[in-house]
Write a protein that binds this ligand. Sequence first.
Ligand SMILES: *Cc1c(COP(=O)(O)O)cnc(C)c1O
Length: 219
Amino acid sequence: MRAMINADIASILKAIPPQVTVVAATKTRTPEEIIGVISAGITIVGENYVQEAERKHLLIAQGVQWHLIGHLQRNKVKKAIRIFDMIETLDSLSLAEAVDRECAAQKKAMPVLVEINSGREPQKAGVMPEDAVDFVSQLKRFSFIDPVGVMTMGPATDDITVLRSCFRVTRDMFKRIEQECSPGAGWKHISMGMSNSYMAAIEEGATMVRLGTILFGAR
Ligand SMILES: *Cc1c(COP(=O)(O)O)cnc(C)c1O
């Protein structure tokens, strides 16, 4: 797939309902490419790796939000808190503790999404669906962490039926947490759906989609 020109990106964005936010998944993309999609209307940049994000963050003007969409290693927490406006991949209490401690040091509250292992894949990151309610209740003790929703990757497949059922699991967990944990007014995000699945994800309740290939071309 070739890189999109701005008019193509604008029409992709236009076809997405206004209440759904698009996060550009920018791993491996150059600052120039990222600035290109920002000029076409992207307002949130999603990076997988802290060091890669740090380099690009220096080169890209203010005015966009930065989301961490990859797994956060403990030794990168300090830099991550400096760079990112949201961590989409919180999936353990020990990581939550490290994030909370560093946020306290930097005097910065951090909105987080709880990553759900919606495909129940043993090797994958994320909280198992059946553990998610308990996980969010335990986050209450961290005063600098603000849980604002859930995120899922889903299995690496193009089978839309499989992906849809994972999106449903994720949306159901979002609702159960809302009912059982009273996570507060900020609880409103469901980040799911990528280039091959975002329309289905939106039908299943996504409020945030993470798009790479369809915006930038193949990696
Ligand atoms: C790369 C990536 C995406 C986007 O994937 P595409 O298929 O290129 O749209 C979304 N979410 C995460 C976590 C990613 O790493």
